[in-house]
Design a binder for this molecule. Sequence first.
Ligand code: AMP
Length: 296
Amino acid sequence: MRTFQQVSGLRVYLRGIRAEGKTIGFVPTMGALHDGHLSLMRRARNENDLVIASIFVNPTQFGAGEDFEKYPRDLNKDLQMTSLVGVDAIFSPSLEEVYPPTHRTFVEVEGIGETLEGKRRPGHFRGVATVVAKLLNMVQPDSAYFGQKDYQQFLVIERMARDLNLPMSIIMAPTMRESDGLAMSSRNAYLSPEQRKAATILHEVLLDAQRRVDEGETSAACLRSELEAKLAREPLAVPDYVAIGDPDTLDPLTTLEGRAAVVALAVCFGTTRLIDNAVIAPPGVTVPKMRVSKPQ
Ligand code: AMP
């Protein structure tokens, strides 16, 4: 497995790969890798001749008082894990390589970047869109892979890629979960044993949402209050939001009659804030398992 810290070296390497007519799959990450990240790399491995992953803890997507300094970092362990799933190259640039002192350009995605996480974490998606745009320009892959775990982030990146005419497919892959249903996340490491146990409530609430629409519930307001009531019964869970929205725009829905919806949750356990989501639909409405956005 090759490793690169500088864009210049990475470009020379990738130019050679492209000249051989090989396709490139790219998985951007912030490291502290788990099986969720690896599932994206396996998917990229299946669909491309070459797989490159980046490991970069992006400061511009962390707000003041968030966990940028204490975000878990273990490059050696990450390199071991990526080599086991057949990643060909890792790009792990320094802060200065990505944001030299002269850096002044940021990418802002209006609309989809302004609700839910965008509202609660001002500047977060501006940081995400900026770093992903930069990484996509550095790597210039054929396809880039993102997790459903960060559903709104995917929509922001998909919008950004189309609006900036970036010439690659943007692909969403399913959320990987622990055996008790908790979505894998680097931030799960912050949870105390009690909080870790309580955190399974997120997945339970999402399963309940699908069960209730299977039973015939179509009112988004009723569904939402039931889900909120369930969360309220877990004393360690402090809900931030329960949203039921359009899967493409996240606009709030009033009814689920004949249509799919995304249920998005943000819940705090002590100082750790977890998010999760599921796309649900009434009987007879199919939910696509994968989302692929191809360049025009
Ligand atoms: P991060 O390192 O948290 O920035 O995540 C890098 C990529 O991995 C993003 O596209 C995430 O959506 C994705 N990801 C994170 N957790 C999971 C998970 N549990 N299952 C699938 N993908 C995930």
